[in-house]
Design a binder for this molecule. Sequence first.
Ligand code: G4P
Length: 298
Amino acid sequence: MTIQWFPGHMTRARRQIEEKLKLIDVAIELLDARIPMSSRNPMVDTILKGKPRLVLLNKYDLADPAATADWIAFFKEKGLDALPIDAVSGYQVREIVPRCRTLMAHKIEAQLRKGMNPRALRALIVGIPNVGKSTLINRLAGRKVAATGDKPGVTKGQQWIKMAGGEMELLDTPGILWPKFEDPNVGYRLAAIGSIKEELLTAEDVAFYTVRFMASEYPEAFRERFGIEAIPEDLENPDHVVEVMEAIGRKRGCIVSGGRVDLGKASVTFLRELRSGKLGRVTLEKPSQWLDLTQESR
Ligand code: G4P
């Protein structure tokens, strides 16, 4: 794999976040609930320098709820409060302000003790591209203030968005972190959810990687969607993954002359169905695949 972690881009992004950090009390780290660790910049702890932080597991509507519960426990064990949300429907978005207030409770109490009137808490959303930062900001603002999708946003002066009747204010431009995908597992998982450019990894490689994980974790999805009753054993054997891909291709009519399955087309179809949630709610990594918040995946 020839993916690079561009140092120039990294330094620029880091500086931009550091500028914003001076303005805020609490950081809101947005992750993708389907791949919480792979969608997380491993240097975020250093970058946020001990700011109180709330972790949001976004796109919960697409993630496996049981796996999300395991991830929440994992983050809790590391001292981080994590909340699953869906920025599109707004599920649990109202919980964000109370959670941030709890994180800041000692500061608020200290201000009250000194007879000060606590001012609105100021927050910043940070996360890698495509985790839903703009969608969440727009939902919290109740109008379109941040550009969604991967079109370049129009740069304008920063503004504070009032939340919960003025108790908290959110910076209207997010801090953009970069994904780190030198670890092949992370690269494949980011590609599986459609978070890194298609040209970096072939659809076939990504689909094969994903099928290998999912066929053992979510066999029912293969039965229900593709009529695959028996998943071959030992998916470490590439021939067995090919068997599953061929069955998917046959089911979806991805056939070329001679009756062979077009594995490229089958892969694209499989990934499209996965990303749109047609294969059910799926989480593509487990806490047990990670040692801690900084180490590489297993
Ligand atoms: P970013 O600012 O972090 O780069 O992400 P952005 O808000 O642009 O969201 C990226 C994509 O993720 C958008 O889809 C957005 O609709 C989708 N999204 C954000 N939050 C959620 C969520 O909680 N659940 C689901 N299912 N999707 C979410 P898009 O394909 O770019 O646009 P569209 O599908 O809205 O047309």
